[in-house]
Design a protein around this ligand. Structure first.
Ligand code: UDP
Length: 327
């Protein structure tokens, strides 16, 4: 299939583009490079540098590529914390990007759409692990923006017959030999800890040790980006057969921040000093996914189900790319 990947120069989008190409698909990457890296785009992909706010660029793209079979939409602002400081970037821009894309996509006859969504839809889960029946209570403007887009897709299916899958990721992590995590500024726990092991930071600050968890630090469900990429490819392939779907995506087991730190110490052999700081606003104590639906319906099975293999892959990337893509 010919697939348009928005945000295909980013952390998850670039790995998914590479996996799509390896699976025999043709890929067009659309990325503004506001956060992405040109070096992350697979050389086999057609690369278009443009912003989703740029309607004339979108018109050109769909005029030149009239035969797009599906879209994977990664391009968006993605940080919970930032969204609490700059809500309009999320509530307005993320929505406008998706709305522009959908408008041109449907006009061009695109029938399939995969959305990169988030566990931040579930701020008050009644049950842990969290399945797809959980009540949606976005935890931040970021989560709300993804919920808006899920609702857009709901109406685009009813009105235009677009088939879609919403993949609600828990904690995307890990790297591949050629592509990895390179955010500026970095805010995610695994790369930050590994930067301490590389001597780039003196210590890691743990945001709170007074949560209602066994060691007092937050528990998260870490899922490798290759496993996320495979979930996108499976979801795309099943849309015609199964119809629109929403899946929660994680490994189904939680690790505390302290356990992540201990595993990084083991994998790197570095003592990695830490201090305990205050809680970070908006962090729930525990987030673990129930991914039974995607396992059952699509046969999805993670290749990196354990924390050690995820961190080992991340350490391999950070050690060989201490400055990411070279900034
Ligand atoms: N965290 C931390 N120190 C940091 C960054 C993150 O203790 O410098 C914690 C954070 O509070 C959360 C967990 O690590 O409990 C995962 O955070 P991250 O930002 O990686 O992902 P999120 O859960 O926000 O998607």
């Amino acid at each position: 299939m010919k697939i348009l990947v928005t945000g295909g120069a980013g952390y998850i989008g670039s790995v998914t583009s590479a996996e799509l190409i390896a699976a025999g698909h043709q890929v067009i990457v659309l990325d503004s490079l506001y956060q992405g890296h040109a070096q992350a785009v697979p050389p086999e992909a057609t690369f278009i540098q443009a912003d989703l706010a740029d309607r004339s660029a979108l018109a050109r793209l769909f005029a030149e590529h009239a035969d797009i079979d599906g879209i994977m939409h990664f391009a968006s602002y993605t940080l919970v914390g930032e969204s609490m400081q700059k809500p309009l970037l999320y509530l307005r821009d993320n929505l406008v990007y998706a709305a522009n894309l959908l408008e041109f996509a449907v006009e061009a006859g695109v029938r399939r759409f995969i959305l990169s969504s988030t566990a931040n839809l579930f701020d008050e889960p009644a049950k842990m692990p969290i399945d797809e029946h959980e009540r949606i209570v976005p935890g931040s403007p970021y989560g709300e923006s993804k919920f808006f887009i899920e609702r857009l897709l709901h109406w685009y299916e009813r009105i235009y017959g677009l088939k879609y899958a919403c993949l609600r990721y828990f904690n995307a992590s890990g790297d591949t030999p050629g592509r990895g995590e390179d955010h500026d500024p970095e805010t995610h726990i695994i790369p930050l800890i590994l930067q301490v092991a590389l001597g780039q930071r003196p210590q890691i600050t743990i945001f709170g040790d007074d949560y209602p968890t066994p060691d007092g630090t937050c528990i998260r469900d870490y899922i490798h980006i290759v496993d996320l990429a495979q979930a996108h490819i499976l979801a795309l392939g099943a849309l015609d057969r199964l119809g629109s779907r929403k899946y929660n995506l994680g490994n189904g087991s939680g690790f505390s921040v302290m356990e992540v730190l201990e595993m990084c110490r083991k994998v790197t052999g570095h003592p990695i000093p830490h201090v305990i700081g205050p809680r970070r606003a908006g962090d729930p104590a525990t987030l673990i996914a129930a991914s039974d639906s995607i396992r059952r319906e699509l046969g999805w099975a993670p290749r990196y189900p354990d924390l050690e293999s995820i961190i080992t892959s991340a350490w391999a990337w950070h050690r060989t790319h201490p400055h990411g893509y070279g900034r």
